[in-house]
Design a protein around this ligand. Sequence first.
Ligand SMILES: Cc1ncc(C[n+]2csc(CCOP(=O)(O)OP(=O)(O)O)c2C)c(N)n1
Length: 906
Amino acid sequence: MHEALRSALGATAPDSDPEETAEWLDALASLLASGGPARVREVMDRLAQRACAPGIGWQPPRGTPYVNSIPVEQQPSFPGDLALEERLASLMRWNALAMVVRANQAETGGSAELGGHIASYASAADLFEVGFNHFFRAPQPGFGGDLVFYQPHSAPGVYARAFLEGRLQEADLAHYRQELSAARRGARGLSSYPHPWLMPDFWQFPTGSMGIGPISSIYQARFLRYLAHRGLADTAGRRVWGVFGDGEMDEPESMSALTLAAREGLDNLVWVVNCNLQRLDGPVRGNGRVIDELEALFAGAGWRVIKLVWGSDWDGLFARDTGGALQRAFARTVDGQLQTFAAKDGRYNREHFFGQDPALAALAQGLTDEQIDRLKRGGHDLVKIHAAYDAATRGDGRPVVVLAQTKKGYGMGEAGQGRMTTHQQKKLGREDLLAFRDRFRLPLSDEQVARLDFFRPPDDSPEMRHLRARRAALGGPLPQRSARGDALRVPPLAAWGSFALQADGKEMSTTMAFVRLLTALLKDPALGPRVVPIVADEARTFGMANLFKQVGIYSNVGQRYEPEDIGSVLSYREAQDGQILEEGISEAGALSSWVAAATSYSVHGLAMLPFYIYYAMFGFQRVGDLIWAAADQRARGFLLGATAGRTTLGGEGLQHQDGHSLVMAATVPNCRAWDPAHAGELAVIVDHGLREMLEQQRDVFYYVTMGNENTPQPSLPAGAAEDVVRGLYRRMRLGERPGQPAALRLLGSGAILREVEAAAAWLAEAHGLDCEVWSATSYSELAREAAAAERRDRLAADGTPTPCHLQRCLPGDAPVVAASDYVRAWPLLIAPYLEARVTVLGTDGFGRSDTREQLRRHFEVDRGHVAVAALQALRRRGAVAPAAVAAALAHFGLADGAGDAPPWER
Ligand SMILES: Cc1ncc(C[n+]2csc(CCOP(=O)(O)OP(=O)(O)O)c2C)c(N)n1
């Protein structure tokens, strides 16, 4: 030990006084001998405290040698049947490989275009198998189970296990990545990656987009604590496991919440980072060591790091290596080189690794080339993996990361192990397949290998009995997803939203109205506790500070300080049972929190009602991929884009004014997007959403825009509510000629409805025009219904037209002018379904900082532009004279604008 310590140190730093150093090391060695490791740690902590004093300025290194964190003498004995579990892992590997290769072979009904991955699961199989056999617990009576995030391109391995468990059949495996063809052949198609939308009883968390699994797992772990602290659910003992790639750690999302996990003391969270040292194109850190880098990063963030670098075969080598030659060699070897060692055979490794120095060569002397070839890395050794996971589950208040070194394409031999191109490898030749069979001692004939037969041992075989027994002991199969939460009754809208429905002209903004609605909902005895208000450091901006005191901000430790504003009615209050999730300046974090709450109905069987309110510009644009994953995950909740629109947020300008989130929201199939103009509309929309999500248990979520402009709020016309949720209702008709259809229809939405109403009033008064004003609460809802109706007509043999709300509201060819605070693409969604010609005014282009009035003039969506657009539309039909248009242009001060560059070019 003494020698090893000395040489490990010697490998890293030149020594100005070796003799003195030796004395210190001797002292350390005798302390270790007399007091044991705990005493060494104690003394080292004290010494470190001293050495960190400014005068000395020592900084502790973040790294430890390139060896396992759990020494062999502390390794627990393996509780399973090692031989059986190794055989099972080999079967998983085979079936996963066969699935991908078959999907890509024309002879077996596949197609080379289908893709799939072999090498990633080949590296991760053992990491998964130890989890499945010993650690990942399914929900069972009285225990909600663990939450497991699976590395996405390892999905074939997870299917392979479900096949052995009898949850999937051979025909299903044969339809991996053939979800559409499968249904026609009576099989179940298997999605490429974990997608709850596509396999709602199977996959729980979507991980296909790198980085989303990692950040989501942290916030799910935190949400388990939140539910417990708020007394809503007993989540004690439940754990979140995440198996991720080392390349995936490059994603900002993977890294961004590490300190949060440590700060919140999430020792219910275990990440296993599969360090196969490769990503798609090549090495993750060819010129460095990713395990060292990640160790420093995670340890610095406050995580407990368990390095799982070498398999049991190395234990003997380390024991014999009293001079520390191995450690010195590893300290010199970068990942690019380790990858090459993985790709080469035993002979090469003997020459190039063990041949580096005589001490190493001596270590390898007793090994055959074959044995050298089979020296396992830690992540391929079931015993070592078990030891690491076992240690990981002994919580000490910190989240845990297991850094497991593996080989990419493990066992793929010449065809793929450690090859640069292995990530993309989807085909294996006959010889490679036979070699794979031999390598893993699979009980398959040459013909079965050539045919790529899937293999399931007989039900009464020891393997299958063991497999079933292990899962039974852990509560049942995984992954599994539940589709239903507890149904909650929504109180009648009148009980919490009548102020908005009968606003009677009171001045307020829709954001203020929302906060009032939220405050009222929070007070409902049944629903209130389920509400989860979420903000990313903008609660004050949106006038929500009153909630700090009322329901408190969640903190796992309560409030350990006296807030500066103590005594004020709105004082800042953190509490362990606080209800608000204040996520700081992390939209990705806030969105992940929202997802945890929005999927609670399924993950915990407990429906929660999250409202994440944020600057509209920093939503779909900033964290759109997380929102897409939320949709995949069948999230239910509300996203509220505040300070929405390009012209409602005076002063802020280009970066803050959102003119396109609604268009993006409209591209998410189960997101219903709304642009209410008034408090009443907003209340009706929220009420409808509550009923859809909580009572009818529909897998939808709502995106609702809100403005911060104080305006007089009209009462909602009687009977309008149903049409509000259809997306369009009539607000008024001016200058009506009884018995005749309106000559003109003006559509306004959100912040611009008032401009449209003002334009209509002027047109009626100045030109005696008969015009209708409609509030378009959602162009995407209108367009979806119209498109569905059009599709039915297209595909129906009898061709009977199906009427839709849009066409019922706006029949005939009277010109339609639609103005919005969003880009033209938003109102244009409805244009193809109308007989009338539609003129659209929108806010395409970059924002500016100025007053609302100036902005509306700049983007050409103010009342003057609406009025002129309407008159031009009528002029085209010969319904008004050109002089009327000229007069209007002059009246509104627009006479000289035609030659200017349009706003979106400025
Ligand atoms: C956001 C995102 N970018 C890119 C990809 C494409 N992609 C899929 S797997 C992969 C490499 C993964 O490498 P690593 O995390 O090291 O996992 P390994 O396959 O090596 O186990 C990439 C780039 C993706 N799925 N998501």
